[in-house]
Design a protein around this ligand. Sequence first.
Ligand SMILES: [Zn+2]
Length: 262
Amino acid sequence: MILGAAASAVALGRSAVVRGGFVERQLAMPGTGFGRATEKPLRVRPPDPVDTWTTATYGTSAQGVPLERWDLRPEAPTRRVVVICGVHGDERAGLELAAGCSQVLCPDDLHLTILPLANPDGWEAGSRHNARGVDINRNFAWGWQPTLHSGGRPESEPETAALVALLKWTNPDLVIWVHQPLGYVAALDGCPPGYADLWSEVSGVPVRTGLRQVGGGESWTAFDLKRPSMLIEVGGTRDLPVGVDQHVRALERLLPFVVPVG
Ligand SMILES: [Zn+2]
């Protein structure tokens, strides 16, 4: 399956927005037949220009697909922000937003890490879940409960375990989880005041308070790992997101204000 639906092609095609051209350029070109069964699936491509970013992997999916990370790392970083996209494979804004985030103006003391597609098997299948039918965002340890899609135990899935290992190792000063399509921004308890308001002001989505979710990645980073955490819900629909550009601008506006938490 190839990005699922024509609507997805429209959603990504709209993104001439995808600056730098590292989501397949032909996606933005009409008449290329993207979305036909014969078309190759979307591939994650490294940011452009590649000499300012490094690309690496931080694990593999259940089906053995490399999990990619992009890093913009200054010589002497004093702050670190991690942006996580594509946890749910049917939420199509993730790659577009990751592409946009790789083009933001970044403070020269800030290490920015982008995970463009945390669930590549789900993306390929057009599914919320990973290839084993598990919702990665119910598979984290915080408040984990056995449900139909939460996995056999916390961190049972390779995608979850890889995120946990990476985040424990990187100890970010801010973790930003990107989802769709509810259209809000949440700063979980423990996040410095003002982050969500600034994001809301620039992106136009309302602030949601008090977010916590059993098995959720954002709840694990906020309450177990104890790192400042935000969850962004892009609005629109899963196939036709709205306001992706505004969320990219919100990230750019927020980065200078991110406080090191040690
Ligand atoms: Zn989601």
